[in-house]
Write a protein that binds this ligand. Structure first.
Ligand code: GLC
Length: 556
């Protein structure tokens, strides 16, 4: 029987940092092709590539200048076609990152407006508004800092950019623009890809009144006027009808900024014909003091558990489907955030993996997570490349922080922590490039690298292999219902997965202290151990003890 999407695991590749085969210091499509056997060995079913379209790379490809071209830095269209063929031949699938909330201001559509002004056929492709008394049309803030509006003297109007000033928001109110996007998406589907990861897709529909926000907390930056906006479900249903419905078993995952459970139920309930699954980020804000990203605080474990439980139960109730993940190219490394890379690298990395891979939803592995890659801890601002991080640094200094204080925050929070080159071996630049890498390699590559782990009988890598196989072979994981356990426990995140007669209990100790669990609280008696990141599990007639960062999956 063909595997269902619920049995599959996705691997995210950040091409720029994966493997460079040409000596440019930038990863390329050839590098991905070369490592397909590695991904197969891991057990991966679906590969997601972050954007590889033509782009000035101001936001590393999330600023697309031409949707129909591969950026020459990554290779050519025929390299891409060869890659898709090879992936499909190996029984895997490819999904592409699609950015349709905005384009680069280098895109021909935007450039045409700059030249021809309001008479350009593309004028309405973007969101233009008059200023008010010499001020921007609203006080909305860009997610990368500063006003979300930019004035263009030639038009005497402002355009909206929720992200960088070079990322102009598209006007989804305008039918011809939507049609152009759907047609372009079909172009890529026709090349044999399985579907898309849709960038910030819940921001497409803006409140057409364009009201001001209160700017009281960091959340009052205008987002309530375009997040899960008035016509978003209409647009996604139309996209589904125009694109996904034309191909069998299309894969679609929406990246949902600041969304809610109720919205994600609607986005992913199969009856609504919108998306297959959604990413939400609430669990990755449990270390944001008062919602502030650029500040340091220990993570709030109770809050993390609550969020997992709420989202699992909420999505289950309405037949929704979650994307499960800790890491991506926008997040610092999970092991540095929620684990203990110094004292318990193996235990904490594998515990974190267990906690999400056994939940209801589809697990995503971000490149390097499977070998325990950590934050880079750059010590100079010159090592940072990310536009958001550089803007944040300037803002922190302007607020009066010292250089050192600002750098310490970046070391914990910058997206560049996830973007350092993949650590393949102990050669120069971790085997990533023979040239000069576009961003520094993490200094720990001599001990944290693929080649070394592959010689080990037991490693973070082999543990991921086990989790991936468990999902393929165990319907309690792929299909089962989710029930929380030990809701009030201060150290353990636990849950049950049940499918017909199959019952699994998952227990994860998030701390460096041992903890004892009373068996009656988790309602287990006899069990087999399916997964364990220690050699054994201590237990008595009435208790189970989890050692530091111990994670177990028990078949009951
Ligand atoms: C998404 C991407 C991020 C990008 C932003 C703007 O959040 O994951 O990398 O900067 O959208 O496109």
């Amino acid at each position: 029987m063909e595997a269902t999407f619920k049995q599959k695991t996705v691997y995210q590749i950040y091409p720029k940092s994966f493997l460079d085969t040409t000596g440019t210091g930038l990863g390329d499509l050839g590098g991905i092709q070369q490592k397909l056997p590695y991904l197969q060995h891991l057990g991966i079913d679906i590969i997601w590539l972050t954007p590889i379209y033509l782009s000035p790379q101001r936001d590393n490809g999330y600023d697309i200048a031409n949707y129909y071209e591969i950026d020459p830095a990554f290779g050519s269209m025929s390299d891409f076609e060869a890659l898709v063929n090879e992936i499909n031949k190996r029984g895997m699938q490819l999904i592409m990152d699609m950015v349709v909330n905005h384009t680069s201001t280098d895109h021909a559509w935007f450039q045409d407006v700059l030249i021809r002004g309001k008479s350009s056929p593309y004028y309405q492709f973007y969101i233009w508004r008059d200023g008010i008394d010499g001020q921007p049309p609203t006080n909305w803030q860009s997610k990368f800092g500063g006003s979300a509006w930019e004035y263009v003297p030639a038009l005497d109007q402002y355009y909206l950019h929720l992200f960088d000033v070079t990322q102009a928001d598209l006007n989804w109110e305008y039918g011809p623009m939507r049609e152009a996007i759907y047609e372009m998406m079909r172009f890529w589907m026709d090349k044999g890809i399985a579907g898309f990861r849709l960038d910030v897709v819940n921001l497409l529909s803006k409140n057409q009144q364009f009201p001001n926000d209160t700017l009281v907390t960091p959340m009052d930056d205008g987002r309530k006027f375009y997040t899960d906006g008035p016509k978003i479900h209409e647009y996604l249903q139309a996209m589904n009808a125009a694109v996904f419905s034309h191909y069998p078993n299309t894969f679609s995952v929406g990246e949902m900024s600041s969304t809610t459970i109720e919205q994600c139920q609607r986005y992913t309930n199969p009856e609504n014909n919108e998306l297959l699954m959604t990413f939400n980020f609430h669990h990755l804000k449990v270390d944001y003091p008062n919602g502030a990203k650029w500040a340091i605080a220990p993570f709030d474990f109770q809050r993390l558990k609550q969020l997992f439980i709420q989202w699992q139960l909420g999505m289950q109730k309405e037949q929704g489907w979650n994307a499960l993940f800790w890491c991506n190219h926008d997040q610092p490394r999970a092991i540095s955030r929620f684990g203990n890379a110094k004292e318990y690298p193996y235990e904490s990395a594998t515990m974190l993996a267990t906690a999400i891979h056994c939940m209801q939803g589809t697990p995503y592995i971000y490149q390097g997570e499977e070998i325990g890659m950590t934050n880079a801890y750059f010590t100079s601002i010159d090592e940072y490349r990310d536009v958001e991080s550089l803007n944040a640094y300037a803002t922190l200094l302007a607020r009066g922080l010292t250089i050192n204080e600002a750098l310490v925050i970046l070391q914990e929070k910058s997206r560049d922590n996830a973007r350092t080159p993949m650590q393949w071996n102990t050669d120069e630049n971790a085997g990533f490039t023979k040239g000069v890498p576009w961003i520094s390699v993490n200094k720990n590559y001599k001990t944290v690298n693929v080649e070394y782990l592959l010689t080990q009988e037991q490693s973070i890598f082999t543990f991921y292999q086990q989790l991936i196989q468990l999902r393929k072979n165990n319907q309690a994981i792929s299909e089962g219902i989710y029930q929380p356990l030990l809701v009030d426990d201060s150290h353990v995140y636990g849950y049950k997965r049940i499918f017909n007669n199959e019952k699994l209990v998952v227990l994860c100790n998030f701390f460096a202290q041992s903890v004892e669990i009373e068996k009656r609280l988790i309602d287990i008696h006899a069990y087999d151990i399916s997964i364990n990141n220690y050699a054994s599990l201590e237990s008595t007639q009435t208790t189970i003890t989890l050692l530091p960062y111990q994670a177990v999956v028990l078949q009951c």
